[in-house]
Write a protein that binds this ligand. Structure first.
Ligand SMILES: Nc1ncnc2c1ncn2[C@@H]1O[C@H](COP(=O)(O)OP(=O)(O)OP(=O)(O)O)[C@@H](O)[C@H]1O
Ligand SMILES: Nc1ccn([C@H]2C[C@H](O)[C@@H](COP(=O)(O)O)O2)c(=O)n1
Length: 248
């Protein structure tokens, strides 16, 4: 795959959803199988949180956090097999997943001027992607960052399913204690995050995929089918893109 920017506009797939719905893992797998780039916008908010803590910035101070976003030397890897996140030469890919970041990242994401800085960077990354297209995921991709994307999808799952998935991932099981330890990362975070982004219900034109009863492979297959239909709509030149026919 060439690293030179695509000559034509990239094919853009955007996926939003609540915590633990599976949007990151599904987006990565879909991008990998289709040879597309991958952008994890949540990782950008997490990297900024890491940078603010590293620089001693007060997470409640909108101006200071926004200035930090503007000066942050962030490099987002967009290879779905190795989505590395680098801040000023430090590989923070693992560090930004730690509980210390997860528990405070919503405080950073709630500052609207800060969001504007990251949203501009996300749009640039999507426009300049080094592959024929990109799968970008987060909380406000379908509504704010890329409302004109070729495919717009909201992936969701019941709260119980999401808690169980996250508990298995973080604590190796979904027993009572593991679920209790996971609640803050899923339920409280979604409540805080939904104050500044709309990701609990699909807005007009956004497809909904409820994965509560689907396993990982079936979910990927459903997204791939949606993407292929959209691509066929473009390539076949039937006038309208597949998303125009979609059940919305
Ligand atoms: N359809 C599915 N069935 C079962 N497990 C799934 C499914 N989709 C994802 N998972 C698993 O659920 C966990 C959470 O997935 P993932 O990290 O992709 O969620 P997310 O929506 O990106 O969450 P967050 O926004 O908190 O990062 C992972 O361990 C993933 O492998
Ligand atoms: N487009 C986005 C992406 C993420 N966020 C916020 C909300 C999350 O709590 C945090 C981390 O995201 P995650 O890695 O869990 O997907 O970033 C947002 O506000 N907008």
């Amino acid at each position: 795959m060439s690293d030179t920017p695509a000559q034509t506009a990239p094919f853009v797939v955007v996926i939003d959803g609540p915590s633990g719905s599976g949007k990151s893992s599904v987006s990565r797998a879909v991008a990998d199988r289709l040879g597309l780039a991958y952008l994890d916008t949540g990782a950008m908010y997490r990297a900024l949180t890491w940078w603010c803590l590293d620089q001693g910035v007060d997470l409640e101070d909108t101006d200071a956090v926004t200035a930090a976003a503007e000066s942050m030397p962030l490099r987002m890897g967009t290879d779905p097999t190795d989505p590395r996140v680098d801040v000023g030469g430090t590989d923070v890919t693992a560090a930004i997943r730690e509980t210390g970041i997860s528990s405070v990242v919503s405080a950073v994401a709630r500052h609207l001027p800060t969001r504007a800085v990251l949203i501009a960077a996300q749009r640039e990354c999507i426009e300049r992607c080094s592959r024929p297209g990109i799968v970008a995921e987060g909380r406000d991709l379908t509504t704010v960052v890329a409302p004109d994307a070729d495919v717009r999808l909201l992936i969701t799952a019941s709260e119980d399913a999401r808690l169980a998935r996250r508990a298995r991932e973080l604590h190796g099981g979904d027993g009572e204690d593991a679920i209790a330890a996971t609640r803050d990362q899923v339920v409280r975070r979604d409540r805080d995050d939904s104050a500044v982004a709309s990701f609990l219900e699909p807005t007009d034109g956004v497809r909904l995929l409820d994965t509560s009863e689907l396993d990982f492979e079936t979910t990927i297959a459903a997204v791939l089918e949606l993407v292929e239909r959209a691509r066929a709509g473009v390539v076949d030149g039937h006038g309208e893109r597949a998303r125009s026919h979609a059940r919305e």
